[in-house]
Design a protein around this ligand. Sequence first.
Ligand code: PMP
Length: 401
Amino acid sequence: MSLISPWRADFPALAILESQGQTYLDSAATSQKPQALIDALTGYYTCGTANVHRAQHLPAERATRAFEDARIKVARWLNASSPTEIVFTRGATEALNLLAYGLEHLIEAEDEIVISALEHHANLLPWQQLARRRGARLVVLPIDTHGMIDLEAAAGLIGPRTRLLAVSQLSNVLGTWQPLAELLPLAKQQGALTVVDGAQGVVHGRHDMQAMACDFYVLSSHKLYGPEGVGALYGRGESLLKLKHWQFGGEMVRVADLTHADFHAAPLGFEAGTPPIGSIIGLGAILDYLSKLDAAAVTGHEQALHMKLLAGLEVRDGVKLLCAPQTALASFTVEGVHHSDLAHLLAEQGIAVRSGTHCAQPLMKILGIDGAIRVSLGLYNDGVDLERFFGALDHSLDLLR
Ligand code: PMP
């Protein structure tokens, strides 16, 4: 498999960054954008904007159609059974907060909300707050030495008081796919609802919601080469019916008077106020772009790059991977070197990687570290990016040790 990315030229920022001596290896934080997205956004803003679902005039009709087309595209991308199962949000974080408020009425004192030890703060704090509000217990599933949620422990911890299980699909720190096929049924057997944080997983491969059998799945567009400020909540039809409305305002209401209001069902009932229309249309355009790529070639390229990344890290003295990552990223520490010093030196040499706790402080504590360097790959990265990274890593380590 060649380590040249045939898609790199689709992303104009890569050439500009390269001309500035920058090598972008931080796509798990956010991704660069293809020309197809820039064209779609330019087209929308150039041709005349309008608010959606409100007016009869032509620009409004056009915007509403493009907006609802984007919903259909997200539904198709996830193989949802209907576009009405897709609620647009401002991102994965907002989708998780929506769930934590929308499901609050189902949680009683002493009930259990189950998460795992490797969750991003976005899939920890909304549940921690919900547990506090309701006097419920937050139960944390441990992880094993492979960076996977420990299924044996999970079988013991998920029980009759479990009302909800919320876990990541792909860890943003460890790069490990979580054993959802085994885990979700453990919660289902107890009659609990299941939430999957797909913020990282959605970027790698297509995921079929009907096959995954979760109740809810959340994603952010900006990690998937799309615009910031937009994400989606997938909810199985009957599961969406369980949600209480959480944000109130324009367009989510059927009728309102001064004392009473009757709200729309999902999706519109959960999209109060003017949504980020251009960004949602952009998300649709990204899915069009991605749909035209050879998915097997993208996966093959990402895997080949990932293997090169791991092989290079493994042969370097003192470099310690947090665990064996499976996809598109690698997090590591270096003996005797602080991660922020190393990230600083790498940045000085034009290498864009992330250092710190990666919004997963409890996981860092369990691992006994105060942070790590994370190198993460997008479909536009190539072998030269990795060679530049390793050159800069060696130089930095020579300086630091
Ligand atoms: N979950 C995971 C696993 C993530 O990596 C992120 C983003 N770093 C989020 C949730 C939150 O996504 P956003 O900041 O786009 O809402």
